[in-house]
Every structure is written in C-alpha cells, then in structure tokens.
Design a binder for this molecule. Structure first.
Ligand code: DC
Length: 235
C-alpha cells in the first residue's frame, strides 16, 4: 500500500503589499514547490459578486455562488490580472469576514495541498499558518511599514496605468489592514510559531534569499529531528 505523505508546507502570511505574492512565486520556482495564492479565492468570489451585483450581506446568494458549477470547476482558470484592482481587494477583504466563506475556502485550500504531488507547497495569505495549516512545517510572517507597502502598490498600479493617488492607495491599504487584523474570524496575526521578516528595506531578491534561508534552516532542523530521508531530498 502506498501511503501519500502530505507535502512540506510553507505558510507565508502578512498584510497587503508586504511582498507575499512576489516572494512566494520566486521561492516556489527556486525550490521546485507548488504555489497556492489563497487571496485569489477571495478575489474571484468578490469579482463574481460584483458581476452579479450581489452585496456581501446577501449570505444565501453568496452560498449559492460558491456551490455553483462555475465556482466549483472553472474559477481556477480565471484571468488573475483583472483581480488585482483595488476595489476587488477591498471587497475581498469584506467577504473574508463571512464564516461560511472562510470555512469553505479553508477546506478548499487544505484539499489543494493534500492532493499536491510536488514535494512542497508555498501557501500565501492572511491565515495560512494560523488556520489553514496550523501544523505547517515552516511559517513566515512578512511585514513592512504601511508607507513602504503603499508605495509598492502605487508603483504597481501606475505601471498598469491606473489613475489613483498615493494618498488614496495608502488610505485603502490602512482600511484593509484594519479589516484583516480586527475581524473576528481568523484575523491576520502572528505568534511565536512564525519567523517574522520585515521587508521594508529589502529588495525582492534579498527578501527571497532571506525567506529561502529560513526554509532551508527549518528543513535541516526537521531532518535532524526526524531523520526523514524524503525531506533530505528536497533540501
Ligand atoms: O492577498 P490578497 O491581497 O490577494 O487578499 C485579498 C483579501 O482576501 C485580503 O484583504 C483578505 C482576504 N484574504 C483572507 O482573508 N485570507 C487569506 N488567507 C487570503 C486573503
């Protein structure tokens, strides 16, 4: 009988603009791990609600959308670039407070990881190390000063030709921080089980190298404590 061991899980959490997506993508490429962007789930649902003109208060309709064949089958193929707009992120943060949404997505995300055949998975979001995989082998909490994060987001939006001021981006980001850290369910928070990294003064390359170092250290500690040969193969 073949026992399917779940992959090595790296959970990266942090606020908007802390560099999670860019760092997780770079890490996944370097380590040969797969990558799961959990914010995508909330953004797709937000886009769909806007499209159907549904309000976040309309919980039964939201449950219907999530149970629909479209959501069950086709959402993964959704064009990610149109989901990066600020109003989608803001609505995603609103619907992320709804318990039915969180429960369903947490389960989806766990299943994604458990079905993975690659040796490791980088999960990235707000609660991947606190709720989705509290027993993740490696947890990293990324932070950066709000002004630095707003500046990064502002540059990203400018490159796309979006007409928005820096002040507005900073205001939206602080509003989202407030929402994500103060909600009742699975708020964004870190504890001693996380390695904390402030990326305020780090380049993308420096941030990837710093996180890669944390992961390699954790892998080495795991191998030393368990003598696990399959982990040695990915270190
Ligand atoms: O990471 P992001 O900016 O794409 O996430 C958009 C919103 O989705 C974020 O403001 C809160 C919500 N979210 C969440 O509640 N839990 C996650 N694991 C990921 C995202």
């Amino acid at each position: 009988m073949t026992v399917h061991k779940r992959p090595f899980v790296v959970a990266i959490d942090g606020p908007a603009g802390s560099g999670k997506g860019t760092i997780a993508t770079g890490l996944a490429q370097r380590l040969g791990f797969s990558y799961c962007e959990t914010g995508f789930f909330f953004r797709v649902l937000a886009w769909h609600l806007l499209h159907l003109k549904l309000k976040p208060e309309n919980i039964p309709s939201i449950e219907n959308v999530m149970a629909s064949a479209w959501f069950q089958k086709e959402w993964k193929a959704f064009d990610r670039s149109i989901l990066r707009e600020e109003h989608i992120g803001t609505l995603a943060s609103e619907i992320a407070k709804i318990s039915q949404v969180r429960t369903a997505f947490t389960e989806f995300q766990r299943q994604e990881v458990l079905q993975e055949i690659s040796p490791g998975v980088i999960l990235e979001g707000r609660d991947t190390g606190s709720s989705v995989f509290p027993d993740a082998e490696c947890k990293i909490f990324l932070t950066a000063a709000p002004e630095v994060r707003a500046h990064r987001r502002f540059q990203e939006l400018q490159q796309k030709g979006t007409d928005i001021s820096y002040d507005q981006v900073l205001k939206d980001l602080c509003h989202r921080d407030e929402n994500d850290t103060h909600r009742a369910l699975s708020p964004l928070k870190w504890d001693a089980t996380y390695h904390k990294l402030d990326t305020s003064s780090l380049s993308i390359e420096e941030s990837i190298q710093a996180t890669e170092h944390i992961i390699h250290q954790t892998l080495a500690e795991n191998i030393a404590s368990s003598g696990n040969a399959s982990m040695a193969a990915i270190s």
